[in-house]
Structure formats: C-alpha cells, structure tokens
Design a protein around this ligand. Structure first.
Ligand SMILES: [Zn+2]
Length: 187
C-alpha cells in the first residue's frame, strides 16, 4: 500500500466510523441502543459506507471489486456472517464482498431521491420504522419505499449489475459530481 493509498484508506475508515455515530444520533440514540442489534448489518454498514463516500478506497482497484462478484452476489445470511467479524476477517475476500454488497443494497434505497440529503432522511425513517417495537425491515421497506422484499432485491441487484459487474469502470462513489455530500455527521 502506498502512502497515498494508506492516507485514503485511513480517512475513509474515520468517515465510516463518524457516519455510524451520526446515523445513530439521527435515528435516535435511545432507539438505536435498544434495537440496532436487531437490524441486519447491511442497513448499518451500507449507510456508513455510503456516507463515507463509497467503496472506492476499499480495494486497490476497481478490477478487484468486479472480481469479488465473479460468482454472483452473496446470500443474505452468508453476507451477515461475513460482516460479523472482530479482530480481522478469517476470509477477507468474503468480508470485502459483503461490505460492497451492503453498500449497494443501501445505495439502491438512498439514491431513490435525487438529493442525497433527502435520500438520507428517508433512509433514517426506514431504519427507525424497522427498529420500532413490532417493526421489521419488510414492513419498513413497504412503508417508506413502497417496495416488496422481492422488488428491493431486484433493485439492488440491478444497481450492482450496472455499477460493477457490467461497468467498464465501476461506479464506486456515492455522490454524483453535481451533488455535494449531505451533512451526515450532523453537528
Ligand atoms: Zn462499520
């Protein structure tokens, strides 16, 4: 890793961690503490990657990102377990693929509004609904986005297909050049 790559990687990690904190604050700290363990990891990790600017600094190059999906997407349960690691992933490739996939799952919802700040607001509402007592991701998808689980599945898979698998140059950043980043960090 070059010094420049290291710098990018380190600043991405900091942005990612700050985004977790900001997201928890936006959702509501009490609700977050009570329920975030019940949320699928793709919701939390996906939005943190999105707010950190994308998965660009994740791997050395875009070809490596394409290669992660050579054998298709990961089944949800495998993705969750590949992300649930502490002190270094046993299977770094699976861990990386899981994070990239989580990013595209979240991005497929976050990008439904042209303005990133509005997209984030809607996503916060979605997470809050899913966290609510008696709530679920399925119900929150229907309530906030009018999507069935099958429609959501098709949506993120086609985004990943377009932006990574079939793209000559994968689209790995969250925000179009015409949009500035939303103030994800809050204060
Ligand atoms: Zn994280």
């Amino acid at each position: 890793m070059s010094a420049e790559q290291f710098r990018l990687h380190a600043s991405h990690m900091i942005e990612h961690e700050l985004a977790h904190m900001a997201f928890a604050r936006k959702v509501g700290l009490a609700e977050y503490r009570r329920g975030s363990g019940a949320l699928p990891l793709w919701v939390l990790e996906g939005v943190a990657e999105w707010a950190a600017g994308g998965v660009l600094s994740f791997t050395p190059g875009s070809e490596e990102i394409k290669a992660l999906f050579e054998d298709g997407c990961m089944p949800p349960a495998r993705m969750e377990s590949a992300m649930r690691v502490t002190n270094g992933a046993k299977d770094p490739k699976a861990n990386q693929q899981a994070y990239v996939q989580a990013y595209f799952m979240a991005k497929s919802l976050l990008s439904l509004r042209p303005e990133p700040a509005r997209g984030l607001e809607q996503f916060v509402g979605f997470a809050r609904d899913a966290l609510r007592a008696g709530g679920s991701v399925e119900a929150a998808l229907a309530g906030r986005y009018g999507l069935t689980p099958e429609q959501f599945d098709r949506r993120w898979r086609s985004l990943l297909e377009t932006d990574v698998v079939r793209a000559s140059r994968p689209v790995l950043s969250s925000f179009a050049a015409s949009h500035s980043r939303p103030a994800v960090r809050g204060r």
